[in-house]
Each structure stands twice: as structure tokens, then as C-alpha cells.
Write a protein that binds this ligand. Sequence first.
Ligand code: GMT
Length: 390
Amino acid sequence: MAASTEPRGPLRLGVLCHPTYGGSGVLASELALSLAARGHDVHLFSHQVPPRLAASSGPVQMHVSQGLPYPLFHSTPHDLAITSAILDVHRTSGLDLLHAHYALPHAVSALLARLAASDSSERPPPRVVTTLHGTDITIVGSDPSYAPLTHFVLRASDAVTTVSESLRAATLAHFCDSDARPCAIEVIPNFVDTHRFRPRARGARAAGPAHAVHVSNFRPVKRVPWLVEAFARATQGTESRLTLIGDGPEQAAARDKAREFGLGCRVRFLGERDALPELLADADLFLLASREESFGLSALEAMSCGVPVLATRVGGLPEVVDHERSGVLVPPDDLDFFAGTLRELLADRARCAAMGAAARAATVERFEQDHIVARYEDLYRRVLAREARR
Ligand code: GMT
């Protein structure tokens, strides 16, 4: 495929991401698949195949870049292997633009590839767009051990986006207040495939007791043990159920909580599943008790399935969930309040269903995949046009 200077012609794109079951790994995979479906030549670089890509049939070219596990290295530097793989593809067939998801290490890998490719007289180096997802700013990127490098990538990238206004504000506060050089950051929210994540047909939702669901990577920031305790307090003496999907460091602690509160078979741990749309669409309510959350993509996927959200009022969640319309937002540090609200909602399934219908409508209107992917496409073309004018 030849490099495109046409305003609407196909682009040669490289997407870099962590191969995570959720979050940025999902967003980057869905974006890559959607861009490929729109006719672009898309390469995805990661150290494993992201599960969302593995579960699809789309024509994205996957480059699993693991590097050589030499004994001298404390851990294998996948990020350097990714840079090498990008250079290989660029030298063979050319890449117009690299889209790095999660600042570290991917924006660094992409910028290094841009630098390394800049001495070629054959083709211009790929431009670099960096999308910030959350903890790459709030926890990892702002830690003193990485902050100077995060500061660098924010300025060296050809464009930077965040997935919410809230994350944009946090990024500006952490990295752009203290010096005179501007930080241009555009907000492009996450999206969902509303055709695949859709409500069950009317009347097809499983009968039985009220049923809540949670999906996450079980990292401490998600507070899953806290959530299990809130569920236990909210549903004492009822038959309500909780389904937990995903896996991660706090799964054992969450199981301990379930045991401690004698929840027995009222709580199910399903692990990482591909059949998310079906599992989500079965629930009356989606729960998220995060300490911080720049967007909450799993909540959006639930909303797309017509399931309302009970979540903590943190980060970008108020930009996704309309309080009292598509869900309910509560203070992050009040377990009793969370539990009390959960009890009320599970006891009023008609209210859940009405909020679920509003959640579905809001998702289709504001977060539909084609609409948001077109915004990324437009950004890529603006970056490339700016470069062509230089
Ligand atoms: O930080 C994480 O827990 C993972 C991270 C990721 O990159 O996978 O999740 C972040 O990105 C998601 C996709 O944009 C957002 O929906 C999540 O809200 C965000 N997580 C946090 O901010 C804690």
C-alpha cells in the first residue's frame, strides 16, 4: 500500500498497546480493528496478542515483540523489541503514523522509532500520537521515578489525547502548570461497539433473584474486596447475586471477603471471559467502586448492554454516567452509603430497567464506535497534513 497524501486515502498505521484484558488493551484493539475495517493498513505491536484482538477475525497485522531474554537483563525489555519491530515494518513497507496507548513505555518506543527512522532518505519517519488512559498519569507517570520521562513524551509527541476531560485536567495539573511550554491535549472519549454490546431481547433476561455484575483487572485501585463487603451488607437476608468477571492481584482478597461474609454461591468468580456482552446483558446493575477511574470503559460496555451503573463519583465517571439517569454516583469513601444505595437499587428492578434503557440511549448517542473512530482518523490526518506543510 502506497503512502497516502490523499485527504481520505488509506493510512499505514502502527498501534502500540499493553495486551490487557480490559482498559487500554481493549480500546487499542477495538480501534485497530475498526481502522482496518475502514480500509487502513493497521499493524498492532505488543508483547502478547491482546485478548480482544485474539477473539476477533479482523485483518490487523499482529507483531508480537518479546525480545531476547538474555541473562544480563533483569527483565526482558519488550519496549525495545517493539521499537525494533516498528523499524522493521517501516523500512519494509512504511508507516505513516504510530498511535501509542498508555504513555509508558509505548510513547517512548514510538518516539524512539520516529527518531531512528528520521535519518532515512527513502521515507519520512512516522508521526506519533499518544493517548493517555489514566494511571499512566495519575499513578505511574507522575511517580518521581517516571515523571521526567512522562513530561518529555507529552511534549515530544505530535499529538496527545486523553480519554476524558478529567484526565486532561489531571495531566495539565501534573505536567503542564510548571513551565511555559504549552501542552496541547485533545479529549477523545472511549467508545463501544453498540451492535455487539447490546441489550437482551425484551423478556430474554434471566429470571431469578436480582443480579449485579462487576468487571475489572482486580487491581487495588478497583477496590474489589471493598465492593464485595458492600454487596454483603446490602444484600443480607436476600437472594441477590453478584458476578465478578476478570482477574488480578486482589482476587484472592475478594474471595476471602466473600467467605468472611458467608456469601456462598451468591457470589461467582468467572475469571476473564470473552462472552462479556452476554454476561453483562444478563445483569440488573453494574458495580464499580474504584478509588479513581479516568473513564470506566467496562461501565460503558455495561451501559451499552442496557445495564445501569452504580459507581463511585471519581475521575471521569461523571462524564460517562449521568447521575440518576443512566446510573447512580456515590461518594468514594462511604461504604455504608454505597451499600444502602445498592440495597435500594436491587430492590427496585423497574427503576434499574428504566435507567438501563436511558444508559443504552446515551451510549448510542455519545459513545458509538464509528463516530469516535472517525475523530481519531481526523486527528491522524491533521497531524500528517501539518507535517506535510513543514
Ligand atoms: O489503570 C488501569 O487500571 C488500566 C488502565 C488501562 O490502561 O488499561 O485503565 C485505564 O484506561 C481505561 C481505558 O481508557 C479507562 O477506562 C480506565 O478508567 C483507566 N483506569 C483508571 O483510570 C484506573
